[in-house]
Design a protein around this ligand. Structure first.
Ligand code: GLN
Length: 199
């Protein structure tokens, strides 16, 4: 299996490491590549868009040609995981901040997002989430200037909420979380995504 991490800005190396750890746990023979050009997405079985600054990630994806390539691959059924800023980039609709900055959105998921939904005064925090799709054990999630999903429609399914806000969504082969699964030792979210890539 080959997984490509969009490596233009943000928490890229942490995702590389977390993906490798999850692959080891699942015993999957595989390769993880740092992607900064469309050619590197050749024959990938899954794509991860990391956290960082969604405005920057979107603009750099446009400039490098990754924007169009990722859209094509998604249309062909390639699974994508977007975390934090990556969740924003996957969304079809954004809040007033998204509109104002005219940041590019891939528009792949039937979700609308609010940037910095937990307030700036509360920059980062860690909480125990209930994510039934990952099993009964609580999932400790790190939020950093995190977005939230305001609304889902179509085939998008809510996987988790925190303080009444939607923080994890799946739509077929697309998975988006508002937190940073690459920053904690628990590899269950990466494992869940890799299993989506295996089918
Ligand atoms: N606040 C960032 C944004 O709106 C996301 C933060 C993150 O990815 N940790 O793009």
């Amino acid at each position: 299996m080959k997984i490509g991490i969009i490596g233009l800005q943000g928490a890229v190396s942490e995702h590389l490491e977390a993906t490798k750890r999850a692959m080891q746990k699942l015993g999957i023979e595989s390769e993880v590549v740092w992607v900064d050009s469309p050619e590197q997405l050749e024959r990938v079985d899954g794509i991860i868009i990391p956290g960082g600054e969604s405005t920057t990630i979107g603009k750099l994806m446009l400039r490098t040609g990754l924007f169009e390539r990722v859209k094509q691959l998604a249309a062909g059924g390639t699974p994508i995981l977007g975390t934090c800023a990556g969740l924003i980039v996957l969304a079809k609709r954004g809040d007033e901040q998204v509109m104002r900055t005219e940041q590019p959105l891939l528009g792949l998921m039937d979700i609308s997002v609010i940037r910095n939904a937990f307030g700036r005064q509360r920059e980062s925090f860690e909480v125990d989430l209930e994510i039934p799709a990952l099993g009964e054990r609580f999932y400790s999630a790190v939020f950093i200037r995190a977005p939230a999903v305001e609304e889902v429609w179509g085939d998008a399914q809510i996987l988790a909420k925190f303080q009444g806000k939607i923080v994890a969504v799946q739509q077929g082969k697309l998975l988006a979380v508002a937190f940073h699964p690459e920053l904690t030792p628990d590899t269950r979210l990466h494992e869940y995504f890799l299993q989506m890539c295996q089918r």
